[in-house]
Design a protein around this ligand. Structure first.
Ligand code: ATR
Length: 282
């Protein structure tokens, strides 16, 4: 057995692209890597992580719905993980888990680097307040957006996220039912899992968008179709799915674990080619 094992934990996790992304990075870097997908239901997550650590687990990515649970089990966390209250990258150090959150940095790198978009001074609407929303909110503020309005089906979670961000002048929550009264936005981020669930997607008023709006879905593949279809119908200037963010957050984790910065472009291009969906950013 290798003494350095890596994995992604999620529920479900079978369709995760992370093993493929990390394998491609490892091949680039000439590193032999074991990186698997481990399905762990929330109630079994801590036990599964313990087993993984006992078996030589050195690092793990965490995806839905386990990012807030991962934060809770860490002995130490980075500042950006604490601001998010969610962890997507775990590293084993001295018999304890250290937690980081690379989602926000991954998103901003994808939007500003790959897609050449400027986030500064944008008035932003964040739909959702779960682990994914928590991961990206601090990085969006750091990227210079002028305002962040958080709207969530369950209002208390939006309130809690706004409080945790600690920037009452820029970041605040509003009720979902008031979406029609919030004016328009130059950045709209879908961080909900609505399209991954049985009850399907929600509808949004078209007047949230303008011809210069950037619409971003943190989902990718089929789960990004409903929101990005809405964005196009609403006349948004750019509509970007979460595939690039996925690759960039993986690169952040890979660099942290292995000390090598991967070249993300060929990996992104291969996955995009396979996926054949959904980016219309200039
Ligand atoms: P993730 O890690 O993907 O963020 P999560 O923490 O379970 O997963 O959060 C899912 C998010 O999608 C939440 O903001 C959730 O809203 P609630 O807090 O009200 O549950 C949101 N969501 C899920 N289904 C939704 C739906 N049908 N309509 C609107 N929001 C939905």
């Amino acid at each position: 057995m290798s003494s350095h094992r890596y994995a992604v934990f999620g529920h479900p996790v079978a369709h995760s692209l992370s093993p493929r992304i990390h394998a491609a990075f490892a091949q680039q870097a000439g590193i032999a890597l074991e990186y698997t997908a481990i399905d762990a239901a929330p109630h079994d997550f801590v036990a599964a992580l313990d087993r993984f650590a006992d078996d030589g687990g050195a690092g793990a990515n965490v995806t839905l719905p386990l990012k807030e649970a991962a934060f809770a089990i860490c002995a130490q966390t980075t500042d950006r993980a604490r601001r998010a209250g969610a962890v997507n990258t775990l590293t084993r150090n001295d018999g304890q888990w250290h937690g980081d959150n690379t989602d926000g940095a991954g998103l901003v790198r994808d939007l500003t680097g790959r897609h050449g978009l400027d986030l500064r001074a944008r008035r932003a609407l964040l739909l959702g307040a779960g682990g994914a929303a928590r991961g990206v909110a601090p990085a969006l503020l750091d990227a210079g957006i002028s305002e962040l309005i958080i709207v969530n089906r369950t209002a208390e979670r939006a309130d809690a996220l706004a409080d945790a961000l600690g920037e009452p002048d820029r970041a605040h929550s509003r009720y979902w039912r008031d979406l029609g009264d919030l004016g328009d936005f130059s950045l709209i981020v879908n961080a909900t899992s609505a399209s991954r669930q049985d009850q399907g997607a929600f509808t949004l008023p078209f007047h949230l968008a303008t011809p210069r709006t950037l619409a971003v879905d943190l989902n990718y593949g089929e789960a990004a179709i409903p929101f990005l279809a809405w964005a196009r119908a609403a006349g948004c200037h750019d509509a970007v799915d979460g595939l690039g963010m996925l690759v960039e957050q993986a690169a952040e984790a890979f660099e942290h674990w292995h000390g090598v910065r991967p070249d993300t472009d060929p990996v992104y291009a291969a996955l995009r080619d396979r996926d054949k969906v959904l980016v219309t950013a200039d």
